[in-house]
Ligand binder design. Structure first.
Ligand SMILES: *Cc1c(COP(=O)(O)O)cnc(C)c1O
Length: 965
């Protein structure tokens, strides 16, 4: 009998297997899409889209792409090169226990981690509630009036606080005082931020060296890096007499036991919520916080969740005071922060819900008792401990034995902190066990000390023990049975529309697949439980990953080196501009301070330029959304003497490959400037063109856009910068790892832990797979443009009628013909089961759609069908078949409430709730009708509202449950 075997397929395309899961459309679907687009094949389409002069000569080559299993094996091998010791280093990073229920239901749940920033409140009620809990938690712990919904890290939060103080102070002083007990990384970031703005940083002892009349503000650390803490009330009062502001950087766990900074009169409090359940992750991601007195709420940077009402008068959450966003304020924006730390903030808030105020206090007490126990033991061995009163950190005088004790500790599996040349710092935490303390004692020579049964005396001064209550709101008092906690997290998740339900076609945000296999390594202890300042020989795995990732990103971009320090895109812009500034300075060009930025740039660009000490000159754009070359040339030449930088976005924010990139770079260089390239749109370039070959000198990538780190509902992200060789000496350094005295983030490699996601993506896709992803992203965008172009105007196409990876749909004509606004269309898309596209940016009155390569044709079609059906509804208004103000568009989105009770609308309930695109069984129901933003800003409430307001505003199930409890 003949034995038949299928012939072995040898000439596979590398993107046939592993990345087949990443790329949405099947080969058959792609063929159908090309038909609609009117291109013979993908090569032809790409040739018509990306100007030939820009195309890279060499294909990306990372060797064979790895399967999911293969990539996880590689990550495992790398993780094993990190050594997980018990960290008692402290200095802003602590061991903590993430409750497993939170790990599985939030950190590892795509309903939470794939959500976008909650700009569309109707589909974001779940995470907005969690963030409101976060704000309430922070405001309560610090005893201040209002807190924002997270900042990037403690050091940058302190820098933002300094900037806030300068903005609101009446003092004419230009110096800022910094407590010598502040964390060294905070001091480094403050110095970096102050220098270009011409502010002097004065470091000293708050009680001996502070001259209130000389400063516009002062920062104190509570407790200090060496463990001491003081009541700052008197110094704060003196600062206020001199019109200066006080900032306290406080450990939130300590505040569960200690007098809060708000009760000392501070104006601002900042800090890190890391030890509320987020592992150290070699530096991040973690949520930092900022809380202020009510008087400064309008100057607060970052995002702020507030309470408002929907069109039925029901309570609804949304982002408050949106006018502060950089998109509107641009170069006069107060800060450049955009992506923050939403997912870590949600985790911190759930940690507080999980433990409640009593639980938090018990954790803080246990931590303190362990520190006291540790001190007792060391004192019994004859060591001198400073300070006498402490919370969780002590400093031990060891004279000439520092090296020996440090080494003994490592031999016992423990990292301690060197302080000066003759002391050692020790910080205990939630994870510290009796045997940890015994190991520390052994390291100090106490071989016979055993952990005693009795409680030690507190080492806290009585007047500084907290008397005031916190977390009195019912949400922090729910029944903490895990069944109830799980359901609470589930209910909130269900209110939101994330990538696990539908495509999120947000232009410029690249909401692509965040594969599960890429996410898995971030919770491995070998990545998660590493202190950012652990000795280098314990972090060889991280070093290998960062090096290989940098190398691959260099190959993709054509830059010569990368810095992984910036932990958001905007932070990357800031770091890149500071790099340019340092370069000019080294060349003796200190005077160069003009930064040209096109009017169409992302709002973070001008905000970052201002923060970097540059003066922004705006360049116009032409009718096609391209930079107005004549205007650009004129302004570059007019400012030649002082030109520092030009910031461009490529492909442009209008989704077009401008053919003039080289010319812009040449003109900039000829006039003495450097070119910064905003690489947020890199998803249109990977494998096709390399910015580094085309003239730019430095630019950031958004790893949370192009390279698969999920958006987390508004963070975390990573914004590493690439530079050409001449800028390499000016990249950021860090006090712990050396390099330049320019530091932009608290940790040397930013939110290092999540680099594992991007690295896994690159390993699994390989060079050809990445290039194919880019090509399909461009195909998908052109497919949507082709399908929608009969019904809508598609703005800005390239010279051959093609767009890049996103398309702009102009809805302004519909406003003229039917009174339908871009909001109406966006909200109606929610009824259809979609997250609305980017609204009114970069062009007012438009929707910018970016489908990415990860969506199937079926999903693209569902979106196009919904958009076309909406256009039909607009026609019905135009033709008078629908009422001009009482129609499905104006009343969108519709909720379950619309299915019950009286119905007197001139359209059916079916039409309201089940338009094209909406699923019958798996319908997404927004929990609120359209949210009234103006109401919310007029009646600003930014923490969990008191119980009485529930009755007034209509109680949700949640509150009914809580109030019955
Ligand atoms: C997203 C984006 C940024 C800002 O990135 P963040 O990580 O949010 O700070 C900057 N420029 C463009 C064009 C972007 O799309």
């Amino acid at each position: 009998m003949e034995h038949v075997m299928a012939p072995r397929k040898t000439s596979y395309e590398p993107y046939d297997f592993a990345n087949r899961r990443h790329i949405g459309p099947s080969p058959e679907e792609m063929a159908a899409m090309l038909d609609v687009v009117g291109a013979a094949n993908l090569d032809v389409l790409i040739a018509e889209t990306v100007p030939a002069g820009l195309r890279q000569a060499k294909q990306l080559d990372f060797g064979r792409p790895l399967s999911e299993r293969g990539a996880l094996d590689r990550l495992r091998e790398t993780a094993n090169k990190n050594r997980v010791l018990t960290s008692l280093i402290g200095q802003g990073y602590h061991g903590t226990i993430m409750p497993p229920a939170i790990q599985r239901n939030i950190l590892e749940n795509p309903a939470w981690y794939t959500a976008y920033t909650p700009y569309q409140p109707e589909i974001s009620q779940g995470r907005l509630e969690a963030l409101l809990n976060f704000q309430t938690l922070v405001a309560d712990l610090t005893a201040l009036d209002i807190a924002n919904a997270s900042l990037l890290d403690e050091a940058t939060a302190a820098a933002e606080a300094m900037a806030l103080a300068h903005r609101v102070t009446k003092s004419k002083a230009t110096a800022f005082f910094v407590d010598a007990q502040c964390l060294p990384q905070t001091i480094a970031v403050l110095k970096t931020r102050a220098e270009p703005l011409g502010w002097e940083i004065v470091i000293g002892d708050p009680f001996d060296d502070l001259e209130p009349g000389r400063v516009f503000g002062a920062l104190f650390q509570y407790p200090g890096v060496e463990g001491s803490f003081h009541d700052f009330s008197d110094v704060i009062a003196k600062l206020h007499e001199a019109q200066a502001l006080a900032v306290v950087a406080a450990d939130p766990l300590a505040l569960a036991l200690l007098k809060p900074p708000g009760e000392m009169g501070t104006d601002i409090a900042v800090g890190s919520m890391q030890r509320f359940g987020m592992p150290m992750g070699y530096g991040g991601p973690h949520a930092a916080y900022m809380a202020v007195k009510d008087a400064y709420k309008r100057a607060l940077p970052g995002r702020l969740v507030g309470v408002s009402i929907d069109s039925r008068g029901n309570r609804a959450y949304r982002l408050a005071l949106q006018t502060r966003e950089q998109h509107i304020r641009r170069q006069s924006a107060t800060s450049n922060i955009c992506t923050a730390q939403v997912l870590p903030a949600v985790i911190a808030s759930m940690y507080a819900v999980f433990h409640g105020p009593k639980g938090l206090k018990a954790i803080a007490e246990r931590v303190h008792r362990k520190a006291a126990r540790l001190a007792d033991g060391l004192e019994s061995l004859g060591f001198k401990i400073r300070p006498g009163a402490f919370f969780d950190t002590i400093t031990v005088e060891v004279g000439p034995y520092q090296g020996l004790v440090m080494k003994n500790a490592i031999d016992n599996g423990i990292n301690l902190r060197k302080v000066g040349t003759d002391r050692i710092g020790i910080t205990v935490d939630e994870c510290t066990r009796p045997d940890t303390l015994e190991a520390v004692w052994r390291a100090f020579g106490g071989d016979k000390l055993v952990y005693p049964e009795t409680y030690p005396e507190y080492r806290l001064p009585k007047p500084l023990i907290r008397q005031s209550a916190y977390l009195t709101h019912p949400v922090f008092h729910m029944n903490r049975a895990e069944s109830e906690m799980t359901r609470y997290m589930r209910r909130l998740a269900d209110r939101d529309l994330a990538l696990d339900r539908a495509m999120i076609p947000l232009g410029s945000c690249t909401m692509k697949l965040n594969a599960t296999a890429e996410m898995q390594p971030i919770t491995w202890p070998e990545f998660a439980e590493i202190h950012p300042f652990a000795p280098a020989d314990q972090t060889l795995g991280y070093a290998e990953m960062i090096e290989d990732l940098s190398e691959k990103l260099c190959q993709i971009t054509g830059y010569d080196a990368f810095s992984m320090q910036p932990n958001s895109g905007a932070q990357g812009e800031y770091a890149g501009l500071l790099t340019i500034r340092a370069y000019h300075k080294a060349n003796g060009d200190d005077h160069r301070d003009i930064c040209l930025i096109p009017a169409s740039a992302h709002g973070t660009n001008p905000a970052s330029a201002t923060m970097s000490g540059f003066k922004v000159v705006v360049v116009g754009t032409d009718a096609h959304g391209n930079i107005d070359l004549a205007d650009f040339r004129a302004k570059a030449e007019a400012n030649a003497a002082n030109l520092a930088a030009v910031m461009i976005t490529y492909p442009s924010t209008h989704g077009v490959f401008e053919e003039t990139l080289r010319e812009i770079c040449d003109t900039t260089h000829a006039n003495g400037g450097q070119v910064y390239l905003d690489g947020a749109n890199m998803n249109a370039l990977v494998g096709l063109a390399r910015p580094g070959d085309l003239g730019p000198d430095v630019g950031h990538l958004n790893l949370h856009k192009t390279f698969c780190i999920p958006h987390g509902g508004g963070g975390p992200g990573m914004g590493p910068i690439g530079v050409k060789a001449h800028l390499l000496p000016f990249l950021p350094g860090h006090p712990e790892t050396g390099g330049n005295a320019m530091t932009v983030s608290a940790a040397p490699y930013g939110s290092a832990c999540i680099l594992a996601i991007s690295w896994s993506y690159l390993l699994m896709m390989g060079g050809a797979g990445l290039t194919q992803a880019t090509r399909v992203a461009i195909l998908s965008a052109n497919y949507i443009a082709a399908r929608l172009s009969e019904a809508y105007d598609v703005l800005y196409t390239g010279s051959k009628g093609r767009i890049a990876h996103e398309c702009i749909i102009d809805t302004r004509p519909l406003n003229a013909s039917a009174g339908v606004t871009v909001d109406d269309i966006a909200k109606r898309l929610i009824d259809c089961g979609f997250h609305p596209p980017t609204m009114s940016w970069p062009v007012p009155g438009t929707l910018m759609v970016e489908p990415t390569e990860s969506e199937t044709k079926e999903e693209l079609d569902r979106f196009c069908d919904a958009m076309l059906a909406i256009r039909e509804e607009v026609s019905a208004i135009e033709q008078g078949r629908y009422h001009s103000t009482n129609n499905p568009l104006k009343n969108a989105p519709h909720t379950v409430e619309d299915l019950i009770g009286e119905w007197q609308r001139p359209y059916s309930r079916e039409c309201a709730c089940f338009p094209a695109g909406a699923f019958r069984v798996d319908k997404y129901w927004p929990p609120v009708n359209r949210v009234d933003n103006v109401h919310g800003d007029r009646h600003l409430v930014c923490s969990c509202p008191p119980m009485e307001s529930y009755v007034k505003a209509g109680q949700t199930d949640e509150e009914a449950r809580v109030s019955q409890a």
